[in-house]
Design a protein around this ligand. Structure first.
Ligand SMILES: CC(C)(COP(=O)(O)OP(=O)(O)OC[C@H]1O[C@@H](n2cnc3c(N)ncnc32)[C@H](O)[C@@H]1OP(=O)(O)O)[C@@H](O)C(=O)NCCC(=O)NCCS
Length: 190
């Protein structure tokens, strides 16, 4: 009963010039560029080397995972340009896990904090999530800052928490309850 969500039509969510929308075929080149970035390789599970077929599989996989109710994922646009991805992955009994990544050009100006807040607000409001977990490789301070600015509590450092390309890495883990989300002032659905 609780293995997936019953997701609605894919919504667009907006906060100023940050837009969350479904991925399209026009995003593929930018996905490839993003996923060849050194920090993306270091801190996420993207395949490496990363080619156009990986980007096609990733975007098609996200669409299929939405249809199956397993992942609520969005392309992040900043100023009208594809900048990255944010997603909420289904976990049993009313929880989700958040994942995100941005192209280097879009980093360091609050784009992912705004995108994550939009996705989290939608998850709490529309999916009635009780809580969301966040995990990152130990030392991924930029990821932690995003989580912290959304209201997450960092609760531990766990040896061997994450598996990246067959290797176990130590990870940070944190959680956010529905009442704790730091919401962006007056986001509007598009
Ligand atoms: C994590 C990531 C999405 C953050 O996106 P972003 O839009 O740059 O995030 P924000 O601008 O909202 O916040 C980033 C914060 O981290 C800080 N930061 C960035 N790089 C940092 C670093 N190497 N060390 C310390 N702090 C860093 C920024 O100064 C900013 O802090 P501030 O809020 O005090 O100004 C982006 O860095 C990224 O895509 N990294 C590679 C992929 C990745 O790690 N994904 C997450 C996996 S868990």
């Amino acid at each position: 009963m609780d293995e997936t969500w019953d997701l609605p039509e894919h919504p667009e969510l907006r906060d100023g010039d940050v837009l969350l929308r479904r991925h399209t075929a026009t995003d593929l080149d930018a996905v490839v560029e993003q996923c060849r970035d050194a920090d993306t390789v270091r801190f996420t599970t993207v395949p490496t080397p990363y080619g156009r077929a990986d980007a096609e599989g990733f975007t098609a996989g996200l669409t299929a995972a939405w249809d199956r109710g397993e992942v609520a994922g969005w392309a992040v646009e900043a100023g009208g340009r594809f900048a990255g991805t944010v997603d909420l992955r289904h976990r049993p009994a009313g929880w989700a896990e958040i994942g995100f990544g941005l192209a280097p050009w879009a980093r360091g100006r609050g784009v992912m904090t705004r995108a994550a807040r939009l996705a989290l607000a939608w998850g709490f409001d529309e999916l009635h999530l009780a809580g969301v977990h966040w995990q990152a490789v130990v030392g991924n301070t930029a990821s932690w800052r995003v989580a912290q600015k959304c209201g997450f509590r960092r609760e531990g450092e766990v040896r061997g928490l994450l598996v990246h390309r067959g290797e176990r890495l130590d990870g940070w883990i944190g959680s956010l309850l529905a009442s704790e989300l730091v919401r962006t002032a007056a986001p509007s659905g598009a």
